[in-house]
Design a protein. Structure first.
Length: 318
């Protein structure tokens, strides 16, 4: 997968010979491929939230009988056609993809190892019986990993000491840029701040949607919602700017995705499910979907017990 992602990145660089644009295009393609999994997980999460009040009723009813509770919960899931694991499964599938993508982007700006040059320098002088002087300063160019050596991306990076795009060196982190002055580091710092803002806004979209639908937030998840947007800039500030471009592009995509979910999926009418107990105390619990009665259009006639005429008289049945 690392070779495949690196090959796709090199292909985008062939189309648009700009390091930053190639990274953004790769990020968007990966996000698009993973979108169906995200949609599936979101639908499952919404279904679980809609059914949460009824699930709590079951938990309260069978709080002293764990085995019976598990049986009724499984029957409840089956009756309402939901999978409690489908909300988490997409995250586990996406995680390896993002780790590989991260490693590929990080490997673009690895510097050439000069250990062999030092060894050869000392061995050469030792072979003629002279003491080796200090090795002259050598230019350390990039030694990108996972890329085909015949690709234009590899050739350009392997002969360069900077990864220039958008007027920035994408191989430099914000902390490294700060050593050369605040004004020099300002664009790098602004990118890190943008990562933090987009991370916060994405979490805010989810929280606002849940609040609007009256979904109670789990205390642990509420803490994570507040902490994660703060942690993203902390991670990004010490990473090469090329990875910050990836974080920013993926966050922008997710913000748009959450907005689309709010406008479409979240407007679907929630299924109303009731949990009814049997006549016997402690009997089985059945799940029954209830539907609101359809409204009768104005001027329609009532049927079943006779029809009502305009004069208000009721024709008796013969």
């Amino acid at each position: 997968m690392s070779d495949a992602i690196a090959g796709l990145l090199a292909w985008f660089y062939e189309l648009v010979p700009n390091y930053g644009v190639a990274i953004i295009m790769l990020t968007l393609v990966v996000m698009l491929v993973l979108t169906p999994l995200t949609m599936k997980g979101t639908r499952s999460m919404m279904a679980m939230q809609r059914l949460q009040p009824e699930m709590k009723k079951l938990q309260e009813r069978y709080k002293d009988d764990r085995e019976k509770l598990n049986e009724e919960m499984m029957a409840f899931y089956k009756e309402n056609q939901i999978n409690p694991l489908s909300g988490c499964l997409p995250l586990f599938v996406q995680l390896p993809v993002f780790i590989i993508l991260f490693r590929v982007l990080q490997g673009l700006t690895l510097k050439e190892n000069l250990a062999g040059a030092h060894l050869g320098w000392n061995a050469g002088h030792a072979s003629v019986g002279s003491t080796a002087p200090a090795l002259p300063d050598l230019v350390r160019t990039f030694d990108p990993g996972y890329l085909e050596h015949t690709s234009a991306l590899y050739r350009d990076l392997s002969n360069a000491t900077q990864m220039r795009a958008f007027g920035l060196d994408l191989s430099v982190s914000s902390t490294d840029a700060l050593t050369e002055g605040l004004m020099h580091a300002l664009p790098y710092v602004l990118m890190v701040v943008a990562v933090g803002i987009t991370s916060w806004y994405q979490q805010r979209q989810i929280t606002a949607r849940n609040d609007k639908r009256g979904v109670e937030s789990d205390p642990n998840m509420a803490i994570m919602t507040k902490v994660m947007p703060l942690m993203m800039p902390v991670f990004a500030i010490g990473m090469p700017a090329g990875l910050v471009v990836y974080f920013l592009a993926s966050n922008m995509y997710r913000v748009g995705q959450q907005g689309w979910i709010t406008r479409t999926m979240d407007h679907a009418a929630p299924a109303t499910v009731t949990v009814e107990a049997s006549a016997k105390d402690g009997g089985e619990v059945t799940n029954k979907a209830t539907k609101a009665p359809k409204e009768r259009p104005a001027g329609s006639k009532r049927t079943g017990g006779g029809d009502t005429r305009p004069g208000g008289t009721k024709k008796k049945k013969r």
